[in-house]
Unconditional design. Structure first.
Length: 116
C-alpha cells in the first residue's frame, strides 16, 4: 500500500483543514509578525488562499485585483479589516502598479517583505 505524500501532516485536508506549513504558523518563530505582503489576483482562488494563510500567520497583506470582488474577499479573509487592505488595480497598467499598489503598500506599512 502506498502512502500519499502530505508534507504538513497526515490530514488530506491540508491548509483548508487548518494545518499550516511550519513557516506559516502564527507565533511559530516570530519571523512573520510585523511583515507586509502584496498578493495580486487575490479576489478568488489561489491568490485569496495565499492571502488567507499569510494573514493567519501574522502578515499584514495588501490584496489587489481588477475585480470588484476584492472588497468582499478582504472581508472574508480578515473580518476585522486590521490586517488586510483591498485595492482595485489593473496589473496590465503601469500606473496602477507603481502609483497604486506600490504607493499604497508603502503608505500603509512602510515596506513590502513579500510579493505574490
Amino acid at each position: 500500500m502506498t502512502r500519499a505524500f502530505r508534507p504538513w501532516g497526515g490530514s488530506p485536508q491540508g491548509i483548508q483543514g487548518g494545518l499550516h506549513p511550519p513557516w506559516a504558523r502564527r507565533g511559530g518563530y516570530g519571523m512573520s509578525e510585523g511583515k507586509c505582503a502584496v498578493v495580486t489576483a487575490a479576489s478568488s482562488g489561489i491568490g485569496k488562499g495565499i492571502a488567507r494563510v499569510l494573514v493567519s500567520s501574522g502578515y499584514r497583506v495588501l490584496i489587489a485585483s481588477s475585480s470588484d470582488r476584492i472588497y468582499s474577499a478582504a472581508r472574508e479573509i480578515d473580518p476585522s479589516g486590521r490586517d488586510v487592505m483591498p485595492l482595485r488595480a489593473d496589473l496590465r497598467k503601469r500606473e496602477d502598479v507603481r502609483g497604486g499598489i506600490v504607493a499604497k503598500a508603502a503608505q500603509w506599512s512602510g515596506h513590502v517583505d513579500a510579493w505574490w
